[in-house]
Design a binder for this molecule. Sequence first.
Ligand code: ATP
Ligand code: MG
Length: 258
Amino acid sequence: MGKIIAVANQKGGVGKTTTVINLGFALAELGKRVLLVDVDPQGNTTSGVKKERNVKPSLYEALIHDVFIKDIVYPLRDGSSSIRKNIDLIPSNLDLAGAEIELVSTFLRELRLKNVLEPIVDEYDYIFIDCPPSLGLLTINALSASRYVLIPLQCEYYALEGISQLLKTIELIKKGLNPSLEILGVLLTMYNRTILAQQVLEEAKRFFRNKVFNTIIPRNVRLSEAPSFSQSIIEYADDSSGAIAYRELARELIQNEQ
Ligand code: ATP
Ligand code: MG
């Protein structure tokens, strides 16, 4: 069965989208079949890997208008790329902002995404869900549809602020909607060689213990440039520290499974 991983943290700008894209591509490079699901109305995962904007139908149409899942899965295949042939995208755009409200009145509103994804789960080794920076209904749908949650933490002041709220939400979802949900790991992002970053790392290890990934993502300007070319870091800057780190994370993930 496909391994569904929500990448969540209600704090904005901590590296959720960057992780979904680049971990996804690093696994695809290793021959894994990968699906990226953009559950953020900002559509950053979508624009980060695909040049065409405002792709329709998108996740919105599937969640709200029952458009069949196979009609919203877009291959990222691109000529000769041996990585892109392994990776598909379910895109989003601003329409999805409306879904948060429209979902409120639907039957089993927290499980819409889970039910939408059901028919294609087995076609992938990994499915990554990019969450918006909130704990609203879209994030609840993502967590209800997932086996695991990966939490990026930015190495900055207040990195752990709000974490208890996120953990409480995860516990609530485990109790009610999705008993098999587990924390896959906590990923330190935008790490640099400062005392502050070192302190955040130590604090995260105290708090999350062995749940902190050994791999740490450094601050790397290449990672922030790549999305404007709709490219993963592996395509944009193959030998950058960012590409090396996300490849290492992909290997760590596979190793942890064994
Ligand atoms: P949001 O909450 O708005 O969805 P996010 O958690 O998805 O944000 P990203 O969009 O991945 O965060 O990252 C925020 C910004 O930081 C982006 O401009 C991104 O390119 C940049 N960024 C992410 N990771 C790194 C890194 N390791 N080094 C340098 N820049 C990074
Ligand atoms: Mg994002």
